[in-house]
Design a binder for this molecule. Structure first.
Ligand SMILES: CC(C)(COP(=O)(O)OP(=O)(O)OC[C@H]1O[C@@H](n2cnc3c(N)ncnc32)[C@H](O)[C@@H]1OP(=O)(O)O)[C@@H](O)C(=O)NCCC(=O)NCCS
Length: 154
């Protein structure tokens, strides 16, 4: 599988194929959040000599201090429903962590709902380490949710 998955940078507003997840029922989006700088990649799977879009990744900066070396990248992922559970999520997140390390970021992190076992397994398989729980960190339409934070260091 590893050689058949690649990631490809696209513009933030690239019309990615939509998919659903129980973890992205946001409700009203904050105006302030809309101005965040977000980078995006397609996840592509090779079948014969064709590359097919099977999901997408994103990243945004998280600053832990006012210095360049305090800037981490937080990544997110969404696979189309029919391509989940095949190992693609772990490969794609490993590829993105490696790409961001190549760009100079030492710390690549991912935060995921404490109940999102599939993403926790995928992050572990991608070489991320679990660091702890961020209590009531993410507001979705129903409530505030606890997140796990994981990191991948260069
Ligand atoms: C989360 C996601 C990226 C994982 O990618 P994936 O390719 O489906 O995951 P992988 O196949 O690499 O690995 C999933 C692992 O979780 C396990 N898993 C999947 N669903 C599970 C569940 N409901 N409970 C327990 N384990 C589960 C699989 O068995 C597998 O573990 P294994 O390799 O030990 O068998 C993908 O499922 C997805 O896009 N989901 C919807 C969006 C989402 O949740 N994104 C993350 C938000 S932070």
């Amino acid at each position: 599988m590893a050689s058949e998955v690649r990631i490809r940078a696209v513009e933030r507003d690239y019309p990615v194929k939509a998919s659903t997840s129980p973890f992205d029922d946001w409700g009203a989006i904050s105006e302030e959040a809309k101005s965040m700088v977000i980078f995006r990649w397609l996840i592509e799977l090779r079948t014969g000599d064709q590359w097919q879009e099977v999901g997408n990744l994103s990243s945004h900066a998280v600053w832990y201090g006012p210095t360049e070396s305090s800037k981490a990248m937080n990544i997110g992922i969404s696979l189309l429903e029919e391509f989940r559970g095949q190992g693609i999520g772990s490969i794609a997140q490993r590829l993105l962590a490696e790409e961001l390390h190549r760009q100079g970021y030492v710390r690549v992190e991912a935060s995921t709902d404490v109940t999102n076992i599939a993403e926790q397994r995928a992050l572990e398989k991608a070489g991320f380490l679990f660091e702890g729980t961020l209590r009531k960190a993410q507001g979705r339409v129903d409530a505030l949710h606890d997140l796990q934070v994981w990191s991948h260091l260069s």
